[in-house]
Design a protein around this ligand. Structure first.
Ligand code: ADP
Ligand code: MG
Length: 702
């Protein structure tokens, strides 16, 4: 493998610019870490005055160093960083870790300084980690690299860590190393002015020594690149993520008048899901899942066998497993027969299989191999107490033997008495991850299952749609942009919808009551009148929507009322054919900075604010996404038809979702679009969007 990141993770010689003789400094610490962890190549301190640092001869400048240098740590005052980059370039250095802070993170001049550093590094063809970062580590024997100023433990393993911030990364690293899991590589790249997370993921993806990738982020600055790289890498290697902080964009995922609808970080969930990254909610879960996947592969399905010698903890494990979406099917008849012959008569042969506390290693051997062979299962969870009257080490050895080359992943919950520390040790040495609490083992297994499901999932396809007039739609959008953007007028919004085959009721605009009545006749009764006026957003709240107008006289009178009510606000009237009643749903889309659009579906009309029963996807929405959205809302049953009430044509709704998605893909300047409500009708009948809201704005990114 050759990559420009090799100079960071696999350098042959390292210099530390700013390696002070003063022990409580970052430069000193880096030097100390490099030496303590026995970096295999030369290490050069660079310091303007010191003759030696930590027993190593110091150099006044980089250029005085006799041999070649691949990697340089820069630990000098922020304003001195640019001149050190020049020195690196003169020395022929390839990679620079700028540990120094005082850049973008402090705002003001720091932002400008960072921009200058990034631009100059590009010109000089230097790759930069940071600024304001910790650095890198690599436990690969040939390198033994601890190029980082922290004091976290480090031991070789198969989990690689990449994080924006150093603190959480350190916690994860420490935990994994303390629990014997170890790490492969570690990267904390701070402000990421050059090397960003997607590139590091790609690098880890190519590294055969890495089995699991752990990612910690505080924001999603490279969402598109992240999705592109992670989708590929996650097919062969699990990527687990913790995202702290929430996005403003997520909360904006629906147009302003239904604002605050989205869960706070829906966007993160959508991005990670599309990227094939499994999101964990806590650092503990993240580490537990990493530990499990470091030695076990992800199950191919959700069917778990639980085997125990203690009833009650196994029930806790079963509850946790089922609560996390796993299934506990019965063992097959053949398995039960084997178990019946091998185990005590008092054993329970259901799932959990309870062998009783006196079960010996022979019982374990028989039961574990029978369950591993049973096609009813995708994984095995062993829940084990260590009775004083059983040779528990022999049990552990029997399980360990069977675990080697087992058909299914195995996790264990070992509730060892203090005299039996070896039980868990034997299992873990054989690659069977263990936890003290039953629920921890079950939830790690559930996360493993999520990983497997994501990796194996059919990504689906974006449907071909007919009857789309993209030039027509672009013309509407361009006209709006030419006047500075903003909300489209109702006629523009309806025209835009029509260009994408989104069915709307017949409509027209009137300025007087007489015009309204004439239009109504042309459209056909009954009609709906809607006031269009300056600053009128929530029309029905302000009494601006009147439905069920059956004739000329009613229309004339109501039109007069509405024009009077909104007098002084340039009132007009939208005359619409009254759509046959249906289930009110919302279909919408909203732009997210750096990412395109989220698309939303849910129960609409007033219910949207009350119930917030919605599901999201990222555009472009696939057929599968759309089907999932329609099924995912809590009110999905309403759409099937309930208690004599007709349901909705769900296929039609799915298509409508895909049309909205296509519209915002083709017209990304449509930053908000809401069809609320769409009146969904039973199978075979059109679903009409009776209210179309569209906001258009020029976007800096594509
Ligand atoms: P707003 O969102 O501004 O309050 P809408 O245009 O969404 O106003 O209309 C409010 C409600 O009136 C809708 O939820 C729907 O129940 C009903 N409605 C509006 N237009 C029609 C129509 N053309 N046919 C049938 N019902 C309609
Ligand atoms: Mg509405």
């Amino acid at each position: 493998m050759t990559s420009s990141l090799d100079a960071f993770f696999r350098p042959r010689a390292i210099a530390v610019v700013g390696a002070s003789p003063e022990p409580l400094t970052i430069g000193h610490r880096i030097l100390e870490n490099l030496l303590a962890y026995r970096f295999t190549g030369p290490v050069y301190p660079v310091h303007p005055k010191a003759a030696e640092v930590r027993g190593l001869p110091a150099f006044k400048t980089l250029e005085e160093i006799p041999g070649p240098v691949d990697l340089v740590h820069v630990v000098v005052r922020n304003t001195l960083v640019p001149e050190q980059l020049e020195a690196c370039a003169r020395k022929g250095v390839k990679a620079v870790v700028v540990n120094t802070s005082g850049f973008r993170e402090v705002g003001g001049e720091g932002v400008e300084l960072e921009r200058r550093v990034a631009a100059r590094a590009r010109e000089l063809r230097l790759r930069v980690f940071g600024p304001n970062c910790q650095g890198v580590m690599n436990t690969e024997g040939a390198f033994s690299l601890y190029a980082n100023f922290t004091f976290a433990r480090i031991r070789p393993g198969a989990v690689s860590i990449v994080a924006q911030g150093g603190g959480v990364a350190e916690v994860i690293d420490n935990d994994l190393c303390e629990r014997g899991v170890g790490i492969r590589m570690y990267a904390s790249n701070g402000n990421a002015c050059d090397v960003a997370i997607p590139e590091i993921l790609d690098y880890y993806g190519e590294d055969d020594g890495c089995r699991v990738i752990v990612l910690h982020m505080e924001s999603l600055p490279d969402a598109r690149a992240l999705v592109e790289v992670a989708r590929r890498v996650s097919r062969t290697k699990p990527i687990l993520a913790l995202k702290s902080g929430t996005t403003r964009e997520g909360a904006r995922a629906v147009a302003s008048h239904t604002g605050g609808l989205a869960e706070e970080d829906v966007t993160t969930d959508l991005v990670l899901d599309r990227a094939g990254i499994v999101r964990l909610r806590t650092t503990r879960e993240l580490c537990d899942t990493a530990k499990a996947l470091a030695t076990q592969s992800a199950p191919k399905g959700r069917r778990v066998a639980i085997l125990t010698n203690a009833g009650s903890p196994a029930i806790c494990a079963a509850d946790a497993a089922v609560g996390a979406g796993l299934e506990l099917p019965e063992p097959s008849a053949a398995t039960k027969e084997i178990l019946g012959r091998a185990l005590y008569a008092t054993s329970s042969l259901h799932n959990p299989v309870d062998m009783m506390a006196t079960a010996t290693h022979e019982h374990y051997r028989a039961a574990v191999s029978a369950l591993l062979d049973d096609p009813s299962f995708d994984a095995l969870l062993i829940s084990f107490i260590t009775p004083f009257f059983v040779d528990c080490e022999a049990v552990a050895r029997a399980v360990a033997e069977l675990a080697a080359g087992a058909r299914l992943p195995i996790v264990a919950n070992v509730m060892a008495s203090p005299e039996r520390p070896d039980v868990a040790r034997i299992l873990e040495a054989a690659g069977v991850p263990t936890w003290y609490f039953p629920e921890e083992a079950a939830s790690a297994l559930a996360a493993m299952v999520r990983t497997g499901t994501l990796a194996a999932r059919d990504e689906g396809s974006v449907p071909e749609l007919t009857g789309i007039d993209m030039p027509g739609a672009r013309a509407v959008v361009e006209r709006a942009l030419a006047r500075g953007g903003g909300m489209l007028a109702p006629d523009e919004a309806a025209a835009l919808a029509a260009c994408y085959g989104i069915p709307v009721p017949r409509w027209g605009l009137a300025d007087t009551r007489e015009q309204a009545a004439a239009l109504a006749k042309e459209i056909g009764f009954p009609v709906v009148l809607k006031a269009v006026a300056r600053d009128l957003v929530h029309r029905s709240d302000a009494g601006g929507v009147v439905v069920g107008l059956r004739d000329h006289a009613e229309t004339l009178a109501t039109a007069g009322d509405l024009l009077d009510r909104f007098a002084g606000r340039e009132p007009r009237l939208l005359v619409q054919a009254q759509a046959p009643g249906g289930i009110e749903v919302i279909v919408g889309a909203s732009a997210v900075t750096g990412l395109g659009h989220t698309v939303v579906f849910g129960l609409g009309g007033v219910l949207v604010e009350v119930l917030r029963d919605v599901a999201f996807a990222l555009a472009p929405v696939t057929r599968e996404d759309a089907a999932r959205m329609v099924r995912a809302i809590r009110g999905a049953k309403l759409l099937e038809g309930t208690r004599g009430r007709p349901g909705a044509d769900r296929v039609r709704l799915e298509e409508l979702i895909c049309r909205v998605s296509r519209l915002v893909i083709d017209c990304p300047e449509v930053v908000e679009l809401d069809l609320n409500p769409v009146l969904a009708r039973p199978e075979g009948e059109l679903a009409l969007a009776v209210d179309v809201r569209v906001r258009v704005a020029r976007r800096e990114e594509s």
